[in-house]
Design a protein around this ligand. Sequence first.
Ligand SMILES: Nc1c(C(=O)O)ncn1[C@@H]1O[C@H](COP(=O)(O)O)[C@@H](O)[C@H]1O
Length: 167
Amino acid sequence: MDANEKQAVVGIIMGSQSDWSTMKEAATLLEQLGIPYETKIVSAHRTPKRLYEYAETAADRGIKVIIAGAGGAAHLPGMTAAITQLPVLGVPVQSKALSGQDSLLSIVQMPAGVPVMTLAIGVAGAKNAALSAASILALSDESVSAHLKTYRQAQTENVVEAVNTEA
Ligand SMILES: Nc1c(C(=O)O)ncn1[C@@H]1O[C@H](COP(=O)(O)O)[C@@H](O)[C@H]1O
């Protein structure tokens, strides 16, 4: 599934369709920032050949950053980072059994030499993965840099100063 006609520069991959409710937050933010992306279900466990194919070809296809979300025994981000040199941002999807602690620990504890930049569990992690991807792209893309600046300014302006004591 392609977000638009432009060449995708961010790849959002996830272990299962069930991760989409979390990972769509990353997609929405990338869209707001004008960053073309692609989405795909790729599982180290269930579709290992698809994972190899995806990670081996991503850079040549123009992908610059990969956001990988998975829950439970979340090996997808680490295995992706093992195959490609592209920056991999890992999103621990909140699991039912262990509330995402399992996802978090299996993504964050990579051995030295194969980094996965690990975000927070769930929706906050997915959003911050998109913003981190934007920060990386902004280093060499003025348009992304300008979008990111506008986004952050708006975010700051939208924080009211007074406490609503009725709430
Ligand atoms: N952690 C992984 C991997 C992987 O790491 O390769 N593949 C699927 N999964 C995860 O299994 C969970 C349950 O998946 P189902 O809902 O399909 O049973 C999902 O959160 C998915 O990311």
